[in-house]
Design a protein around this ligand. Structure first.
Ligand SMILES: NC(=O)c1ccc[n+]([C@@H]2O[C@H](COP(=O)([O-])OP(=O)(O)OC[C@H]3O[C@@H](n4cnc5c(N)ncnc54)[C@H](O)[C@@H]3O)[C@@H](O)[C@H]2O)c1
Ligand SMILES: [Zn+2]
Length: 365
């Protein structure tokens, strides 16, 4: 088993191993010095729970822990006030209180929603993350950001609430749809670009169709996220902004398309190509390094060309408008994450709207 400590206050452990879900009970019991009397709510979505909730509840049972399953529909729409309200009522009616424990079993949607519920339920109860997608296993399960969406935007309502424990089992990924598995690698490539050039070669040696991501690669990613979160826990000093590499233009692409047409990672892959091009123009990134990153995106079947639907002047103008609303715009200037080299990100204000227009033209072909 691999283990990464997240050094915030209070600190917590991320444990990674194949088959770890079958040992979840032991690890959760150990949080309570072997004497857990908490009522345990497993919160999951309907898809993930059908595959994996039984294994989790069996493993809790093996150490004498009883749990109850609460599910929400699969998908982003469940990160909502209404699902939060439904879950809160269900838990209160079932007798959950401040001594209870929440386990989030699912992707980033379940982690963010269940984590936010745990943050505010009886003013805050502990929770454990058992992430089941690439995105959640390399990114969202660590860092303490929880929340829901509103009609005005994503993740606008939330809280910082760190889990007590994160259990990562790559075997859970076998049941993921291929498209969802592959899109997660946009975030992995982002981590490699900003912090670990060597990981790019390892990624190229994987066989995407066999979903063979290793514990070592997941551990590397958690370490990268952990070090950035530790340096800038509440996103105040700027370091955490490096995690937005590829996201400024990526978000604008995502927001300019009908919901769900591109998955988040698919839009970010295109955003990464734009950010690499800007880095070559503005911050001295070597073209050969940019090409290396692009080859890994291609290896994971992530297209880096703007979809046809956006490849016209009206749509490009709309994307620029979406950018202007992006929270990364500060005092009329955009704070853009660029690379000076692989592993050397910088937060730059040297990127003008004209530069961004050119970057968008670059991703049009
Ligand atoms: N808190 C953070 O720091 C942070 C960071 C990144 C992303 N996020 C959030 O994460 C969310 C996206 O997370 P996601 O990409 O994991 O999406 P998701 O949770 O919606 O999961 C994607 C789909 O895969 C299904 N699924 C999940 N695991 C499965 C498995 N093992 N087998 C079969 N099907 C499975 C789900 O039911 C869903 O339909 C977004 O809401 C985003 O805002 C949060
Ligand atoms: Zn992202």
């Amino acid at each position: 088993m691999k283990q990464v400590s997240i050094d915030v206050v209070p600190s917590y452990e991320v444990k990674l191993a194949h088959g770890l879900i079958h040992q979840a009970g032991i690890h959760i019991q150990s949080l309570y010095d072997g004497n857990c009397e908490a009522k345990i709510a497993i919160i999951s979505d309907e898809t993930v729970s059908a595959f994996h909730a039984q294994a989790l509840s069996d493993s809790l049972n093996q150490v004498g822990l009883k749990s109850q399953l609460f599910t929400v529909p699969a998908g982003e729409a469940s990160k909502s006030y209404s699902q939060l309200a439904v879950l809160s009522s269900e838990l209160i009616k079932a007798g959950y209180d401040r001594s209870s424990l929440v386990i989030a079993l699912g992707g980033g949607v379940v982690g963010d929603l269940a984590g936010f519920l745990a943050a505010i339920f009886y003013r805050g109860i502990p929770f454990v993350q058992i992430p089941t997608t690439i995105v959640s296993q390399v990114d969202s399960s660590v860092g303490g950001k929880t929340g829901i969406n509103t009609p005005e935007g994503k993740n606008l309502i939330g809280a910082f609430h760190h889990p007590k424990l994160v259990l990562i089992d790559p075997d859970l990924l076998q049941t993921l749809e291929s498209r969802e598995y592959l899109e997660g690698f946009a975030e992995v490539v982002k981590h490699a670009a900003i912090a670990d050039e060597g990981m790019l070669d390892i990624l190229l040696s994987l066989k995407p169709e066999s979903k063979d991501v290793s514990v070592d690669i997941l551990t590397n990613n958690i370490k990268i996220k952990a070090r950035i979160v530790e340096a800038d826990e509440k996103e105040t000093s700027g370091q955490r902004a490096f995690l937005n590499f590829g996201h400024t233009i990526g978000h604008a692409i995502e927001a300019s398309l009908p919901y769900g047409e591109l998955l988040h990672g698919e839009a970010i892959a295109i955003g990464i190509k734009a950010a690499l091009w800007l880095s070559v123009q503005k911050s001295g990134l070597a073209q050969s390094q940019a090409d290396k990153v692009l080859s890994v995106l291609t290896h994971f079947k992530l297209d880096t060309v703007l979809p046809d639907r956006l490849n016209n002047e009206v749509s490009k103008a709309l994307m620029l408008e979406k950018l202007a609303y992006d929270k990364k715009f500060k005092a009329g200037k955009i704070q853009f994450v660029l690379l000076e080299a692989l592993g050397k990100p910088v937060l730059s204000d040297a990127v003008s709207i004209e530069d961004i227009k050119q970057a968008i033209n670059h991703i049009s072909q």
